[in-house]
Write a protein that binds this ligand. Structure first.
Ligand code: OOB
Length: 544
């Protein structure tokens, strides 16, 4: 059994193999290699716990074997929602070993997001934590089960019942003969990444072993990872940036060590950096901003830190320039996406490149097109829409033919929705966005998704979600509402969204009530105009 997904055309796949980008090995080879080379070296440090490569291998094999004994294997999917704990990686490798493809939901996701993932992948397995509000009782799980045709096996962290305790399943090797299980073929889906999205439902990105492993290996090399690397994972560990750019998988590939932090909050991170002699980390710009403000009061705290990667959202040049002096480390800008393409400034690039660009693609095989409004390529330096294809850029969202038709051209180039310029040396600058998305400190909000939920409120006639500039997060969201009820209050709408179970970061930061939403010549909401109007209302410069 395999999961159906949009493959690369045979010609390109052949080139990717011939050039050594695709090595036809499952992602589990990352762990296998390190178990041979350094089984007792620490792979993960989390709180007081240290997990060696050998243990990571053993614990993930325990779980994989138990899942296989339950009849789960290639073709099956899992919904996973775990916080930044060692179990995230144990489960990740276990599922890869068993050939089960997970969706790693963010811990901030609530029933709206999780239900949507379940509807799309129809999982046979749910792995979550009792610490999450949704899993404090079994009500939500029961509801999910009712929507599925087959039984949903459930494993929970912090669970008392032995039959559903994730820790018990991980902790002991099962008895009996384990049936032959995964991993799936290297050309097949290994897991699903989450799209930041711009549509009504959160989309899923099938990632194959071959494509993801290449991005991990190449990223580890570009970022100079070694067995001495100590990487602080402070962003949500399932996100593409801290997972593979080069992230934890890159660090495992290099034989280094991942130190887990529950959040990017500066004091928590500074303490972990000091205690574990962390050498590198990756942050979103809003977190860097806090680190820049906090670091001067903590001299020496970041002594071991050599490299700070920044990505996920617009990073103001003025902040970029402060990084070496204030944080005492090298800066690397990262412009990536869960769909594939990742750009890095290189470690030996001149400062001006590092401070003023978002890097260049990982691979010589990454093809970049930047097109103007007329659909024709722009000249270097001119802004246009970014389109790309390559050995680790997906070829279609899972089960989304209509949306795929909108975001891919006939040659298989994916339009990311970003407006970029390119220097003559091939470095990209992100200068804006055409996708209907709000980038709230790196957390992506699809406007349409929140608008549809707002429209479910009986008193909302029209709704438009737009970005407003914010000094700390870069952007926040404002919902512009047309209603016949003059007494409708933001608090009622916020409660309405919370009752629908949407993640907190998607709740509009502001509400603005109006008589009519301005329309473009095509009759679509004129968000550019709305953004300009709101910027005036809130006395801010308009967002791009
Ligand atoms: C990363 O991945 P996603 O999927 O959460 O978001 C991708 C989008 C990009 O299309 C772009 O709009 C924005 O996030 N973005 C940036 C940026 N990096 C990402 N915008 C401006 N400057 C940057 N440096 O965010 C992601 C995935 C892998 C590595 C790094 C980031």
């Amino acid at each position: 059994m395999t999961i159906d997904f949009q493959h690369w055309p045979a010609g390109l796949a052949g080139q990717y193999r011939a050039n050594g980008y695709w090595i036809d090995q499952p992602l589990t080879r990352i762990l296998k290699d390190q178990c041979r080379l350094r089984p007792s070296a620490p792979a993960i440090l989390c709180g007081e716990r240290s997990v060696s490569y050998g243990e990571l291998d053993q614990l993930s094999s325990n779980l994989a074997a138990r899942l296989a004994l339950q009849g789960l294997g290639p073709g099956d999917t899992a919904l996973v929602q775990l916080p930044n704990l060692a179990e995230f990686y144990i489960v990740f490798f276990a599922l890869l070993k068993a050939g089960i493809a997970p969706v790693n939901a963010l811990f901030s996701h609530r029933q709206h997001e999780l239900t949507s993932y379940v509807q799309q992948i129809r999982p046979k397995l749910l792995i979550a934590s009792r610490q999450h509000e949704l899993f404090k009782t079994d009500t939500f799980i029961g509801g999910l089960q009712e929507t599925l045709e087959q039984p949903l096996r459930v494993l929970l962290l912090d669970e008392d019942a032995p039959e559903t305790s994730l820790s018990l399943w991980i902790g002991r090797t099962p008895e009996g003969t384990v049936p032959d299980h995964g991993p799936t073929d290297a050309g097949d889906v290994a897991f699903f990444q989450l799209s930041g999205g711009s549509t009504g439902t959160p989309k899923l990105i099938p990632r194959t072993h071959n494509d993801y492993d290449y991005s991990v290996r190449a990223s580890a090399e570009i970022c100079g990872l070694t067995p001495e690397t100590r990487f602080l994972c402070a962003l949500p560990c399932g996100h593409n940036f801290p997972l593979s750019s080069p992230g934890a998988l890159g660090v495992f590939h290099a034989g280094g060590c991942v130190v887990l932090s529950p959040s990017p909050e500066p004091l928590t991170c500074f303490e972990l950096i000091r205690k574990h002699r962390v050498t590198m980390t990756g942050l979103v710009p809003s977190a860097v901003n806090l680190w820049l403000q906090t670091a001067p009061a903590h001299p020496g705290a970041l002594d071991s830190l050599k490299l700070l990667q920044v990505g996920g959202a617009h990073f103001p040049e003025s902040h970029a320039r402060q990084v070496p002096d204030v944080l005492g480390c090298k800066l690397q800008q990262v412009f990536g996406m869960a769909e594939g393409l990742v750009n890095y400034t290189r470690l030996d690039d001149p400062d001006e490149i590092v401070f003023t660009t978002q890097g260049r693609p990982i691979s010589p095989a990454d093809e970049i097109k930047i097109v103007g409004e007329d659909g024709k390529p722009v000249t270097d330096g001119e802004a246009g829409r970014l389109a790309t294809r390559g050995p680790y850029t997906f070829r279609g969202y899972y089960q989304s033919p209509d949306h795929n038709a909108d975001v891919f051209d006939e040659d298989g180039f994916y339009f990311s929705g970003d407006l970029v310029t390119r220097t003559t040396d091939g470095y990209l600058r992100v200068v804006g966005r055409v996708k209907d998305q709000i980038n709230r400190g790196g957390e992506k909000i699809a406007a349409e998704e929140v608008e549809s939920l707002l429209l479910l409120h009986p008193d909302v006639r029209e709704a438009a979600l737009v970005a407003i500039q914010d000094p700390s997060l870069g952007e926040k969201s404002c919902a512009v509402i047309v209603t016949a009820d003059a007494g409708l209050k933001p608090v009622a709408l916020r409660r309405h969204l919370m009752a629908l179970g949407v993640a907190d970061y998607k709740l509009p930061d502001r509400f603005s009530f109006t008589d009519a939403i301005p329309l473009t010549a095509f009759g679509k909401p004129d968000k550019k105009k709305l953004r300009a109007e709101l910027a005036q209302t809130f006395s801010l410069a308009p967002t791009q």
